[in-house]
Design a binder for this molecule. Structure first.
Ligand SMILES: O=C(O)[C@H](O)[C@@H](O)[C@H](O)[C@H](O)COP(=O)(O)O
Length: 241
């Protein structure tokens, strides 16, 4: 894992958007298509908004998500809805290139269909083929996607999408890439900002166990980057790591 520290949140977001635009250009040029898995969370969405202002050949970019909240499609909690507002509705990406994870049938449905949604998402992931880049945020508890410390999901075997119940981060019902799905990606970028993440960053860099810090499992087949602002890296600088 390569750690790159930016002076502040704005430069982390701006320079990561530049880095992402450059990767998309390289991939669409070299292989005719790029497939990326987006993430939710404030930094993840800010990154998408910044990407909207970069030159990207959207015709040849496919997007999906490494996790999704299991709420109705029009819920403001949906990662896909937030991504559409921040980016996808602002760029000429073909509708067929946007591979949303299933939504709950409607308000108050609860977890009826959560397992079916996870199974459908696993099938869609298999159809999608190789993921060139999985973008991840990280919680203050070192969660990634919807894989939380002390929850069984981090030990779920195989490449797929799982149902998550009683998520400590609301909303409670989610569907999430497994660790195997994340590590099947060619590249994994963890994009993390804020002093509230400094402990988790230090835990991850210190080699904590996956059940304590799921983010330690974040690894791409070809590249793993931990992209931080100075606040999130603060303890690292103290440790000199
Ligand atoms: O659906 C979600 O909530 C995200 O996938 C989640 O994993 C997020 O990326 C982290 O919680 C970081 O979120 P912040 O960037 O807002 O701290």
């Amino acid at each position: 894992m390569t750690v790159i520290v930016h002076p502040d949140r704005a430069s982390l977001v701006g320079q990561t958007a530049d880095r992402l635009a450059a990767l998309l250009a390289e991939l669409t040029e070299a292989q005719g298509r790029a497939t990326i898995a987006l993430t939710g969370g404030s930094v993840g969405i800010e990154l998408l908004a910044a990407l909207a202002d970069r030159a990207v050949d959207w015709e040849r970019v496919h997007v999906t998500w490494s996790d999704e909240r299991f709420v109705p499609a029009d819920s403001p909690d949906r990662n896909a809805r937030q991504a559409r507002e921040a980016l996808l509705d602002r760029v000429p990406i073909p509708a067929g290139n946007v591979h949303e994870l299933p939504a709950a049938a409607g308000p108050g449905v609860g977890d009826a269909g959560l397992d079916d949604a996870a199974a459908a998402a696993s099938a869609m992931l298999a159809e999608l083929g190789q993921i060139d880049l999985t973008l991840l945020g990280m919680g203050p508890d070192a969660h990634i996607a919807s894989l939380f410390p002390g929850h069984p999901g981090v030990h779920e075997p195989g490449v797929g999408v799982i149902a998550v119940r009683d998520s400590p981060k609301p909303p409670p019902e989610r569907i999430s890439f497994t660790v195997g799905a994340i590590t099947a990606s060619d590249r994994v970028w963890l994009v993390v900002a804020g002093g509230d993440k400094a402990e988790a960053v230090s835990l991850v860099r210190g080699g904590a166990a996956p059940e304590a810090a799921p983010a330690v499992t974040a690894a791409g087949r070809r590249e793993t980057l931990m992209l931080l602002d100075a606040e999130a890296a603060a303890l690292l600088e103290e440790d000199g790591r």
